[in-house]
Design a protein around this ligand. Structure first.
Ligand SMILES: O=C(O)/C=C/C(=O)CC(=O)C(=O)O
Ligand code: MG
Length: 219
């Protein structure tokens, strides 16, 4: 079998594990309590979208929100990984968007239902190019930003995360074994807002990566 290229992790069909409410200011802007344990949910591999293809608004959604997040790409499989060796399991990073059907999420929350329709639809996980680990030596201190039609909406540092990357890898891998090519979305800083058809989203990590996506309708 040909060796797969980790730089094209989004083609591997591996799982996407998302962490929610990992920034206190974002938890507060949505009137949520700051969590004492990580909040986890999943996206399927069909959620991936790369630059050049549009982010699609699900037919049933009337409030699609952007959430810019640092993604961690797993390079070495593991179960119950100790925090002390967690960083050894990372191959690299990607800038990611956790696109969220906020109206549907609110409805799910009020009914006590899972967030699948709000978080796991096709194109709900736009990703940048792969960032090799060596290019981001201090992932706990990088600034993520996002603009909609050239207006800045999000700008936050990963230093504001409640749960660190080693803690998240350890916590997740106690429950869900991590495999090479898996992606962990580490949560969004404050400033999430709604986008419309034809909007242009630009996001970046200064000096490391930028990416641009257009919003389109599903039909
Ligand atoms: O609980 C809510 O109202 C919303 C939570 C999220 O969407 C969590 C995230 O995905 C995040 O914090 O990044
Ligand atoms: Mg999120």
């Amino acid at each position: 079998m040909t060796a797969r290229n980790i730089a094209r992790f989004w083609e591997w069909g591996r799982k996407i594990i998302c962490v929610g409410r990992n920034y206190a200011e974002h938890a507060k802007e949505l009137r949520n309590a700051v969590p004492s344990e990580p909040v986890l949910f999943l996206k399927p591999p069909s959620a991936y979208v790369k630059e050049g293809s549009p982010i699609l608004v699900p037919r049933y959604c009337s409030s699609l929100h952007h959430e810019v997040e640092l993604g961690v790409v797993i390079g070495k499989a593991g179960t119950a990984i100790p925090q002390s060796s967690a960083m050894e399991h990372i191959a690299g990073y990607a800038l990611c968007l956790d696109m969220t059907a906020r109206d549907i999420q609110d409805e799910c929350k009020s009914k006590g239902l899972p967030w699948t329709l709000a978080k796991a639809f096709d194109t709900s996980c736009p990703v940048s190019e792969f960032i090799p680990k060596e290019r981001l030596p201090d992932p706990a201190n990088v600034t993520l930003w996002l603009k909609v039609n050239d207006v800045e909406r999000q700008n936050g540092s990963t230093s504001q995360m409640i749960f660190s990357i080693p803690y998240l890898i350890s916590y997740i891998s106690e429950v869900i074994s991590l495999e090479e090519g898996d992606l962990i979305l580490t949560g969004t800083p404050k400033g999430v807002s709604a986008v419309q058809e034809h909007d242009e989203l630009q996001a970046g990590i200064d000096g490391i990566v930028t990416m641009t996506f257009q919003i389109d309708k599903t039909w």
